[in-house]
Design a protein around this ligand. Structure first.
Ligand SMILES: [Zn+2]
Length: 277
């Protein structure tokens, strides 16, 4: 018997997780005492009728572009500018994923039955009965559309396995719902046309939210700390209220962070350029 698997079975039974939507964020090295390999983890949840949704982001598809409008408060600094200089073509068939996403997300992405969102940088991947319904709405501009869809399910949870809230992408969605506009970046599509996409901001300060959502955690303190489960809708509603009252709670520890600086003011807005500007 794998250590702690029985704890997971008990949690599943007690809070009726069978058949639910699970927004999964994981560090496999922290849970390998529970699962033999990443596919074993994935099959455990699929075997209970769940739909798994995970970020499958890829951070090297931006291109440099100067739009005809001024975009102000857009979280760009010199690092971002150099990051944007990579010139690559994005096609929906592309299944690359950044290593920071973890091995479980990669295995979800690479399964042939996986559904992958249409977004060059912040795509989501999903497996299970509701995967297509959740993923199909994602577009480069509507980056968090899958979460809009998840809000319509009664049985949807955020499942953190061996990671803290800094890895919880739904917090970006809570920022968006609270009125923070995602940053705008650029990509090159398969017709070699440069197009805009909206992307998430800085998440380094997100763990500061743990105290305000701890009462929603379905796992009792002391349950070894490797698993945390929050009801999706309640988690989002709680954070939206908090963000409207306390903008600073998500600010990271870098006082110079341009993304925190700009997103806390509400994110990007536009102005027309004057002649000759
Ligand atoms: Zn920051």
């Amino acid at each position: 018997m794998i250590r702690n698997r029985s704890l997971l079975d008990t949690i599943f039974f007690n809070i009726h997780l069978d058949g639910s939507i699970l927004c999964l964020h994981s560090s496999f090295s922290k849970v390998k005492h529970v699962f033999i390999n990443p596919d074993n983890l994935i099959d455990y949840f699929l075997g209970k009728g769940c739909t798994l949704v995970t970020p499958a982001h890829h951070y090297q598809r931006r291109v440099r572009y100067k739009p005809s409008m001024n975009i102000l408060q857009n979280g760009i600094d010199s690092d971002n500018e150099s990051h944007q200089s990579m010139d690559r073509i994005y096609t929906p068939e592309n299944t690359e994923i950044s290593s920071e996403m973890g091995i479980v997300a990669k295995h979800i992405l690479l399964r042939k039955e996986s559904f992958i969102g249409y977004h060059p940088e912040n795509a989501f991947a999903s497996l299970g009965p509701e995967a297509e319904a959740i993923i199909q709405s994602q577009s480069p501009w509507n980056v968090y559309a899958p979460y809009d869809r998840i809000m319509t399910y009664d049985k949807a949870f955020i499942l953190l396995l061996g990671v803290d809230l800094c890895k919880a992408t739904p917090i970006h969605y809570a920022e968006y719902v609270s009125g923070r506009i995602p940053f705008i970046r650029w990509y090159c599509d398969e017709n070699h046309v440069i197009r805009p996409m909206r992307v998430g901001g800085c998440s380094d300060g997100f763990d500061s939210c743990s105290s305000v959502v701890s009462h929603l955690n379905q796992c009792k303190p002391g349950n070894s700390g490797w698993i945390n489960i929050y009801p999706f809708k309640d988690f989002i509603h709680e954070l939206v209220q908090i963000f409207r009252q306390n903008h600073e709670i998500t600010r990271c520890s870098d006082p110079e962070c341009p993304r925190c600086r700009d997103i806390l003011k509400g994110g990007p807005f536009y102005s027309f350029k004057r002649y000759g500007e």
